[in-house]
Design a protein around this ligand. Structure first.
Ligand code: FES
Length: 125
């Protein structure tokens, strides 16, 4: 079996939703102190739904693939549904990750949830 699943490779080579939202409703940033990788998610919310999502990831291939997958899983979903996305779900959607790369997948949903928390806080919820 290759090191990474085909899906991981595909998202790594062709990541979706890369970039930044200048007037984002919420921004979430997480980093891994061990490898030094950083991930930032930007969300735009309309009618309680994630209207747009973008990310910037300074990290390994797995972290980039995870960010791309998380952004696809979140787009168009309600805040409540996006809150239910777990790191495990993301890794599964990607066809699994090597065990020593699981920490990379943990950044994805965490960064997205942080962006949602920032949005909710801004709204006073
Ligand atoms: Fe750190 Fe992948 S090696 S996020």
């Amino acid at each position: 079996m290759p090191f990474y699943s085909e899906k991981v490779m595909e998202h790594f080579q062709n990541p979706r939703n890369v970039g930044e939202i200048k007037d984002a409703d919420g921004v979430g940033e997480v980093g891994n102190p061990v490898c030094g990788d950083m991930m930032t998610f930007y969300i735009k919310v309309k009618d309680d739904k994630i209207e747009d999502v973008k990310f910037k990831t300074f990290g390994c291939g797995a972290a980039i693939a995870v960010s791309s997958m998380v952004s696809e899983m979140a787009k168009g979903k309600t805040i409540d549904d996006v809150k239910k996305i777990t790191n495990d779900m993301v890794a599964k959607e990607l066809g699994g990750l090597p065990s020593h790369k699981m920490h990379c997948s943990n950044l994805g949903a965490d960064a997205l949830h942080k962006a949602i928390d920032a949005y909710l806080e801004k709204k006073g919820k």
